[in-house]
Design a protein around this ligand. Structure first.
Ligand SMILES: *[C@@H]1O[C@H](CO)[C@@H](O)[C@H](O)[C@H]1NC(C)=O
Ligand SMILES: *[C@@H]1O[C@H](CO)[C@@H](O)[C@H](O)[C@H]1NC(C)=O
Ligand SMILES: *[C@@H]1O[C@H](CO)[C@@H](O)[C@H](O)[C@H]1NC(C)=O
Length: 465
């Protein structure tokens, strides 16, 4: 149906050139439109500000103009280095499975690939990338009085993975307890009980929510501490039921552009890719994991279909560790299967979006209950959902479901997916000034700011009564 003839399109890594390919007239219209939009937004927010002032008397930070309208002013805590950069000194021991030294290089982007702005970025390194991006962000202020948000640059994920095997729980939790003591002694914590503070974690919430009962997977208690429950926590996977103060941010993928033209070129390249394969799966089975049972069916169905490309990671396919090879497969596929594994979410979801491949989810918690700041509310505009139970019980065959989607519908969905790329990207931290598009960090800053305003309005409101 939607098999376009495979035409020789250039591979991903050969194209990205710094020339944007959109037409000039479109650009002018675009600018005019943007100008009008900007003006109306400006007027609207001015009016809101006035109203806000009038009725609530909540402090509104000054100097917002220095921030290019891209977000709220925030302050970065100067934490003792044992909470962040100091941890990197033993980078070979940060993870019990891998030497993290190559991955913590370049502010966490990892080793550069052959194309500029592309890096072999580790999936659990988001906290370093967020930190670096915020350090050079135009909305950063050095004056805590002017800040609406307070960022606590704790490398909690890197620390957690370094002590997974620490049997003494007091020792395993020590740095988290230490951080909380530091924060509570700060004057800025006291102003709003930490409600305007946030932390970013590159690992899933499960790694910081150890339970008294149940087996010990190596987690610590960071996110269970009452102090931390007052903050907002950005994490690549939130606890779907208990994570009320947890907000999911994208896993970092491999593309970290410095400018809008680089982004537009990438989107254009992706749009033009021929996609000879209906679907693909990059991953392995999890033989001893009942919750990942759907992977068995995915691997066997994909393996049996001529329309599917299987990159079997359990049996050590070399492509699994080669970012460009993974993206190459995905960018030749219309749909990319995203099955839950050790946890609900996967970095692969973000790789597939970057490749313009429509994600197929088998659990609600792989994206829908997670990245609500980033993905459209209407799930079927950009993804396909096949309930894992229906696959496990043999009620639905993946290929049949995908073949049943109209070609026109597929094209629309792909366009939505490609449009999501900027927001899901972590721009290069050294991009000077604004990067020219809203990236994952910009989105998070705006959402956090809204939460803080809502919370403060609420408390002013209740104080009035
Ligand atoms: C950003 O610039 C600083 C200072 O020049 C440099 O040390 C750092 O490695 C750069 N980061 C990246 C990711 O290139
Ligand atoms: C765990 O470590 C702490 C701090 O070093 C120590 O006081 C405690 O005795 C240790 N507990 C056990 C069970 O070894
Ligand atoms: C958390 O916030 C509540 C108010 O919502 C406050 O009473 C409490 O003291 C705060 N906890 C800490 C540790 O600051």
């Amino acid at each position: 149906m939607y098999f376009r003839k495979p035409s020789p399109t250039p591979p991903l890594h050969s194209l990205p050139s710094p020339t944007p390919s959109f037409s000039k007239s479109k650009h002018i219209i675009n600018n005019k439109f943007r100008y009008t939009l900007f003006l109306s937004l400006f007027l609207a927010s001015w009016l809101l500000l006035l109203l806000h002032h009038h009725f609530h008397f909540t402090p509104v930070p000054k100097h917002t103009t220095t921030c290019h309208g891209s977000g709220p002013l925030f302050y970065i805590y100067a934490l003792p280095s044992r909470f962040n950069l100091g941890l990197l000194q033993r980078c070979e021991n940060l993870n019990i499975y891998t030497n993290m030294c190559p991955h913590v290089a370049n502010n966490g982007l990892g080793q550069p690939l052959s194309t500029p702005s592309w890096y072999a970025t580790h999936q659990f390194i988001g906290e370093m990338i967020v930190h670096a991006r915020l350090q050079n962000h135009p909305c950063r202020t050095w004056d805590p009085h002017a800040a609406r948000l307070f960022y606590v640059p704790f490398y909690g994920g890197l620390h957690a993975s370094s002590v997974f095997r620490e049997a003494n729980l007091t020792l395993r939790d020590a740095l988290a307890v230490d951080l909380v003591a530091f924060l509570q002694s700060q004057p800025w914590w006291k102003r709003h009980h930490g409600k305007d503070h946030f932390v970013a974690l590159g690992r899933t919430a499960w790694d910081f929510m150890r339970r008294e009962e149940g087996p010990d997977f190596g987690a610590n208690i960071f996110l269970n501490l009452p102090t931390v429950r007052n903050m907002s926590v950005l994490t690549v996977e939130r606890h779907p039921w208990q994570g009320h103060n947890q907000f999911a941010i994208p896993y970092p993928s491999y593309f970290h552009p410095k400018s809008l033209p680089q982004m537009l070129t990438l989107q254009d390249t992706i749009r033009q890719r021929a996609r000879p394969h209906l679907f693909s799966f990059v991953g392995g089975t999890r033989p001893n994991l009942a919750k990942a049972k759907v992977r068995d069916h995915i691997v066997s169905q994909c393996g049996a279909s001529e329309r599917c490309v299987l990159v079997p990671c359990t049996s050590g396919d070399a492509r699994c560790h080669n970012p460009m090879a993974v993206l190459e497969v995905m960018s030749k596929s219309t749909f990319c299967l995203q099955a839950p594994g050790d946890s609900f979410t996967r970095r692969s979801t973000f790789d597939s979006v970057l490749a313009g491949c429509i994600p197929v989810f088998f659990s609600e918690h792989t994206a829908y209950t997670q990245y609500t700041w980033y993905f459209p509310t209407k799930r079927d505009t950009y993804s396909v959902f096949i309930d894992e139970r229906e696959v496990n019980e043999g009620k639905k065959k993946i290929e049949d479901v995908l073949l049943g989607i109209e070609e026109e519908e597929v094209a629309k969905m792909r366009e939505v997916v490609i449009g999501l790329i900027p927001k899901l990207t972590y721009a290069h931290p050294n991009a000077s000034g604004g990067v020219g598009f809203e990236d994952a960090v910009d989105v998070a800053l705006q959402r956090l700011s809204r939460l803080v305003i809502m919370d403060q309005t609420k408390s002013v409101g209740s104080a009035d009564i």
